[in-house]
Design a protein around this ligand. Structure first.
Ligand code: T3D
Length: 257
């Protein structure tokens, strides 16, 4: 169904694997369109309770395919028409999103990883805000996410110096959730994402919504947004199940609604 990505759904975990390995999974127009459509599908499909991005081969994603860049291009329009709809679709997804960063994440590929809720880093992965090396600025929400994660000073360092950051350094900086040894990669990514696909999905979505609102609302308005969120969470079957399981001293079985 897709040309430049593979989309699979197994036991509540949807995976989008970027599939242009010869170019370290660089974005082209088709891939961006396909990711946008696949995330939309994941949002609609109630069977999806966790979304994972990963890359085929030795790269995660090397950003824009530079062979497709021409001198007459209006880069602002490229962002508005292609990257922005993709990034908004990801940001608006009220389900847990994981970047399983198997290799290098550069340029907009780094932005894609930053947009996810969790970054699982293979010990072979690396991170480069490569834009500066071609005279561009970090895009696809990059500085928005990066500054939230590491603060102004480190975000400036990473973006202006454009140095390659190793997985261990990324962990020290707070850029990634955990670093995983190569031989344990499939097992640990599987366990992490299976866990996410079994927790109360609606509550996860509402936590994400409140976290984003906390950046822009006054405290008073935020407390109201929180009350609205808690009202919705309180009406879910998963809330009833959580309380019931506690009382019956058993493990809860959450269904995601
Ligand atoms: O209008 C707009 O476009 C606005 C949007 C901009 C969004 C952006 O993402 S701008 C930033 C674009 N990305 C980059 O500048 C990164 C370019 N790539 C690199 O700097 C390096 O390839 C890496 C640091 C990512 C990895 O280095 P390394 O040494 O591990 O691999 P390599 O040998 O450089 O690359 C392997 C192959 O992938 C190579 O092809 P070959 O020689 O084997 O045929 C290389 O050309 C290709 N490749 C890597 N990145 C890209 C790419 N081909 C096209 N576009 C790429 N981005």
């Amino acid at each position: 169904m897709y040309e430049n990505i593979q989309y699979t759904l197994i036991d509540g975990v949807a995976t989008i694997k970027l599939a242009r390995p010869d170019k370290l999974n660089a974005f082209n127009r088709t891939m961006i369109r396909e990711i946008t459509a696949a995330v939309k599908e994941a949002a609609r499909d109630e069977k999806v309770r966790c979304l994972v991005f990963t890359g085929e081969g030795r790269g995660f994603c090397s950003g824009q395919d530079l062979a497709d860049v021409d001198k007459k291009m209006d880069h602002g329009e490229v962002l508005r028409e292609q990257y922005r709809p993709m990034m908004k679709q990801i940001m608006n997804l009220e389900k847990p999103v994981v970047a399983a960063v198997n290799g290098v994440a550069a340029g907009a590929g780094f932005s894609l990883a930053l947009a996810c809720d969790f970054r699982l880093a293979s010990e072979k992965s690396s991170y480069v805000n490569a834009f500066i090396h071609i005279g561009l600025i970090p895009d696809s929400g990059n500085l928005y996410f990066l500054q939230n994660l590491v603060g102004y000073s480190k975000a400036a360092e990473i973006s202006i110096l454009g140095e390659k950051i190793s997985a261990d350094r990324a962990l020290q900086l707070g850029l990634v959730t955990k670093v995983i040894q190569s031989e344990l990669w499939d097992k640990e990514v599987g366990e992490f994402t299976e866990y996410l696909a079994k927790i109360p999905t609606k509550a996860v979505g509402l936590i994400k919504r409140n976290l984003k609102q906390a950046n822009s609302l006054s405290f008073e308005k935020y407390l109201e947004a929180e009350a609205q969120g808690q009202r919705i969470a309180g009406l879910t079957k998963d809330h009833q199940e959580g309380v019931q399981a506690f009382i019956e001293k058993r493990k809860p079985v959450f269904i995601g609604s």
